[in-house]
Design a protein around this ligand. Structure first.
Ligand code: AMP
Ligand code: ZN
Length: 112
């Protein structure tokens, strides 16, 4: 298995886990861009939102709900941002769908 996030999901590569539910896990980003920077991934490999299919609807919903649970678990009170970089122009560098949960500072808009 060569996908780095599949290997994290399988426990083959260590990660600082925050939460886990049936279909998804959340862990701290190695290179945080905000005081809170957590990644939420489906355990089952999906390349990106750009290739998600109709059968992935429930899992995608679980990813978003897990983002809310991460914010609750880490006592985020002043709002947060969920980012799903998708494909080359979207800035996606790891080809396993992941939602970034960013919080703990005011976040600029529009993104670069
Ligand atoms: P993206 O650029 O949207 O594909 O985001 C990939 C994210 O994965 C980046 O923020 C990286 O810092 C993060 N990342 C890469 N490898 C690891 C790892 N082994 N553990 C935690 N985060 C990672
Ligand atoms: Zn994967």
């Amino acid at each position: 298995m060569s996908c780095i996030f599949c290997r994290i999901a399988a426990g083959e590569i260590p990660a600082q886990r925050v939460l886990e539910s049936e279909g998804v896990i959340a862990f701290h980003d190695l290179n945080p861009q905000a005081p809170v920077h957590v990644l939420v991934i489906p355990k089952r490999h999906i390349d990106s939102v750009g290739t998600a299919g109709e059968d992935d609807a429930a899992l995608l919903g679980e990813v978003l709900l897990q983002c809310r649970r991460v914010a609750d678990a880490l006592n985020v009170t002043r709002g947060f941002r969920v980012v799903l970089n998708t494909g080359e122009n979207g800035g996606q560098t790891v080809p396993h769908l992941h939602a970034h949960v960013l919080a703990g500072r005011s976040l600029g808009w529009p993104p670069g």
